[in-house]
Design a protein around this ligand. Structure first.
Ligand code: ZN
Length: 225
């Protein structure tokens, strides 16, 4: 046991990659055969602050990278993927949630389809005080799921790949996806915000706690939902 206080937790360092290195790595990713592996927790790229997109990639390479990330997200399968998850410390994420979900869960989680979005340099701010706690997982933390309390509504700003400034409000599950992916770009994993006692191996989650809300899990495992 350590007496070190949580205040000693240090912020993620910023990536030191040059613009040329970003472009070179992106070109290698799109030229490779097949889909890139999704890097797992413990890889430092997931713990650094990604670099703002400032034109390091030309339009053609950016479009090819966005397409590759979308295909990688679909294949995983997942509802979001941030560039650091394929080893690239760039503030870029793709989001899309059009998977079938059972009606009761979808209602409890305020989960409605999210059409495909590619976000450069996204940022979000919570709207109001509404918070909701649900199990979520991450393609970079394979095999586990945990409850995260997150803002129910957020306003997000980002730049689209065509350079247009965008802003929109997201609610429920869509807001959760926006927060999770934007957090990746700051070197934050969902586990940093999770209820530690809610942590489940996927097998235990599926066998016991795959209900629309985590209330039963909270009572049994001893966390507040
Ligand atoms: Zn993730």
């Amino acid at each position: 046991m350590s007496t070190r206080s949580p205040a000693h937790r240090t912020a993620a360092p910023e990536s030191d990659w040059s613009a040329a290195r970003i472009a070179e790595a992106a070109a290698e990713l799109v030229a490779a055969d097949g889909l890139p592996p999704i890097v797992q927790a413990g890889h430092p790229v997931l713990r650094t602050r990604a670099l703002a997109f400032e034109g390091q990639l030309d339009a053609e390479l950016l479009d090819a990278l966005v397409l590759l990330m979308r295909r990688t997200m679909h294949a995983a399968p997942g509802v979001g993927l941030a560039a650091p998850q394929i080893g690239l410390p760039l503030r870029l994420a793709v989001l899309e949630d059009t998977w079938a979900s059972d009606e009761e869960s979808a209602r409890a989680r305020h989960r409605v389809p999210l059409p495909f979005l590619a976000m450069l340099n996204p940022a979000y701010t919570p709207v109001g005080d509404g918070r909701a706690g649900f199990y979520e997982g991450c393609l970079s933390v394979r095999g586990y799921t945990a409850v995260v309390r997150r803002a129910d509504v957020v306003r997000a700003q980002w730049t689209a790949p065509d350079g247009a400034a965008r802003s929109a409000e997201f609610t429920g599950w869509q807001a959760r996806i926006v927060q999770h992916e934007t957090d990746h770009l700051a070197g934050t994993l969902y586990l940093d915000r999770a209820e530690p006692r809610s942590l489940c191996a996927n097998e235990e989650y599926t066998a016991r706690w795959a209900q629309p809300t985590p209330e039963r899990a909270a009572r049994a495992l001893g966390f507040s939902a």
